[in-house]
Write a protein that binds this ligand. Structure first.
Ligand code: TXA
Ligand code: MG
Length: 331
């Protein structure tokens, strides 16, 4: 059931349900999360069951402010502290060494923990209400509120469509950012980018004062993150990425009665048939990130077989969108 996220009574009701070990979905500025008390292994088990996600895939724990970090993390390197000071609250998740005996199920049994302080006012109000609840909840484990491997939800309706009407969903409107947070691993001595988001490498490097590495650059392999699996964020239709010219050539080869294909491109292409669905990709990376998952869901809802997407520009601003589209088109 969808609850009004701007209602203080709804926030209190959601916090009570979470403190009682129930699941509640809530908005963040990136995507909607499926939340549970991070301190309760039984509550967290409900997330893995609802998502169909393997229980060794770690979840992100959401905290109301930077002071909650030490409740979950045993060690915060200086560069991680700088990232927190500069970029929280915001679309940045840090992987830190986990405090022993804390949030083991949320961490998927790993000895590290992913922490994020979301900037959405409804998420913030919920986290504060949870901290005041009886018993208090100090952090919310919350993966994106979608079934395992599917596209993340950016509206309350998307969440209800995934999990049905029984799940309480706080409605905070459409997500402002639209793709998941940037993830930086801070457990290996230097910052390592595990998942790009809307923050550019330059922004992360300026904030941390260190060069940002890629997992492949370091000798030891990073733990496998589900958001880093090749085929992830996939709609039902097959996604194919092509440059504008290849897209036009492919369209020219289609006959008059071509159907079941959707096109998402910046270039204005000639389509052979007016049965093809078409959405224009914005020129702006942030605007594209905001609408990307909703557009993929919309095409799926229309029952198309194929989604042909123009490859986004090879520009730092577009890294997060490129990453999601590459994964959506893998496999
Ligand atoms: O924007 C976001 O990050 C959203 C909102 C709800 O906060 N959450 C999100 O969660 O995208 P999820 O579970 O869909 O993706 C979390 C990613 C996964 O790839 C997971 O493997 C990785 O974070 N992760 C979490 N904890 C980790 C850890 N301890 N070590 C390595 N990766 C971790
Ligand atoms: Mg996810």
């Amino acid at each position: 059931m969808i609850l009004d996220g701007s209602s203080p009574a709804a926030i209190e009701e959601a916090a009570r349900a979470l403190a009682a070990g129930e699941l509640v979905a809530f908005p963040t500025e990136t995507v909607y999360g499926l939340g549970a008390d991070a301190g309760s292994d039984a509550a967290v088990a409900k997330i893995f069951a609802a998502k169909g996600r393997p229980s060794d895939h770690p979840l992100i724990v959401h905290v109301p402010d930077a002071s909650a970090v030490t409740a979950f993390a045993s060690d915060v390197p200086a560069f991680a502290q700088k990232l927190i000071s500069a970029l929280w609250p915001g679309p940045l998740t840090l992987i830190l060494k986990r405090r022993e005996g804390v949030a083991a199920a949320a961490a998927g049994g790993h000895d590290t923990i992913g922490l994020r302080c979301p900037a959405h006012p409804v998420a913030h109000a919920l986290l504060l209400a949870c901290a005041r609840a009886t018993p208090p909840v100090h952090g919310l484990a919350a993966p994106s509120a979608n079934k395992f491997g599917r596209v993340s939800p950016t509206t309350a309706d998307h969440v209800s469509a995934e999990f049905g009407d029984a799940l309480p969903v706080l409605d905070g409107g459409p997500c402002r950012i639209g793709i998941e947070s940037t993830i930086v691993d801070c457990t290996r001595g230097v910052p390592v980018l595990l998942r790009p988001g809307v923050l550019t490498r330059e922004q992360v490097e300026a904030a941390s004062g260190e060069a940002l590495r890629s997992p492949g650059e370091l000798a030891q392999q990073a733990p496998r993150a589900s958001g880093t699996l090749e085929s992830h964020y996939a709609p039902n239709a097959r996604v194919r990425l092509m440059d504008a010219q290849a897209l036009q050539t492919a369209l020219d080869l289609l006959g008059q009665d071509a159907s079941g294909i959707a096109i998402y491109s910046r270039a204005i292409v000639r389509t052979p048939s007016d049965k093809l669905l078409r959405r224009r990709m914005p020129d702006d990376a942030a605007e594209t990130a905001r609408q990307l998952f909703a557009v993929l869901r919309e095409f799926d809802a229309q029952g198309v077989r194929l989604i042909w997407v123009e490859t986004p520009p090879d520009d730092p601003q577009w890294e997060g969108v490129r990453d999601r589209l590459q994964r959506a088109s893998a496999g």
